[in-house]
Design a protein around this ligand. Structure first.
Ligand code: ADP
Ligand code: MG
Length: 234
């Protein structure tokens, strides 16, 4: 048996604020296997983004265990953690987070800046990824010249550039209309089914969650449901 992509045990996260220590994640256990497509839902403030940031190694848990692709994240030093994160994870955010002054190819090539490849090779790879998301002909355009849906495709191409095993997406359709959101979800579905990429995606829209196979619900820092997507809606 291969290790799960994500294995979390008894994870707690407190934020230290002027008013004291605020518990936000209160004991999360979760395992996600390679190839799964998981939707995370829950009320605003229930800790979803905090959890995604920890999954993405952008933030640390207060206590608990996190194995990413079999490696104990909390035992790694900064360099080793950055390497693991780069190799395994691609991120997609609600706000696209593209650099406005860079063309689309440069935006997609951004995660390759610190690898040893020459600029030409990096841009070739970026072009190939833009082709993959249907935007090959726009490689030299800038983000403000394309639609929101197209910008999210560019962000997905950027997330794919290192051939990640796992894509983490925090409300990736939150800024898009329904039709464009569906197009983006079809792309995620394709990446999951055809390329076997594991996807963990936060959404507050039940229709978007239907693209996933498994639903995890957060309420007040705890998982209150973990199971089939359809069952939770009937
Ligand atoms: P969700 O994504 O489910 O809306 P968040 O994870 O963003 O929830 O936030 C969970 C709770 O943690 C909220 O009460 C929020 O105000 C608080 N919170 C989030 N980030 C911080 C922070 N950096 N410092 C202090 N509190 C925070
Ligand atoms: Mg959030």
């Amino acid at each position: 048996m291969t290790a799960p992509v994500i294995h979390i045990e008894r994870l707690h996260k407190n934020y230290e604020t002027a008013a004291g220590s605020v518990p936000v994640l209160k004991g999360i256990d979760l395992s996600i296997n390679a190839g799964e497509f998981v939707a995370i839902m829950g009320p605003s403030g229930s800790g979803k983004s905090t959890f995604m940031n920890i999954l993405g190694c952008l933030d640390e848990p207060t206590t608990g265990r996190y194995l990413l692709n079999g490696s104990d994240v909390r035992s790694l030093n900064g360099d080793a953690l950055a390497r693991l994160r780069n190799q395994v994870i691609g991120f997609v955010f609600q706000g696209f987070n593209l650099l406005p002054r860079a063309d689309l190819a440069s935006n997609v090539a951004l995660p390759l800046l610190y690898c040893n490849e020459k600029k030409h090779a990096r841009l070739m790879r970026a072009h190939a990824m833009l082709d993959r998301v249907g935007l090959g002909q726009h490689a030299s355009a800038h983000p403000n010249e394309i639609s929101g849906g197209q910008q999210q495709r560019v962000a997905i191409a950027r997330a794919l550039i290192n051939h990640p095993k796992l894509i983490l997406a925090d409300e990736p359709t939150g800024n898009l209309d329904t039709k464009t959101g569906d197009e983006i979800m079809s792309l995620f579905k394709q990446l999951n089914q055809e390329d076997g990429i594991t996807i963990v995606l936060v959404t507050h829209e039940p229709d978007i969650a239907l693209y996933a196979h498994r639903l995890v619900k957060f309420v007040d820092g705890l998982i209150t449901y973990d199971g089939a997507v359809m069952a939770a809606h009937t």
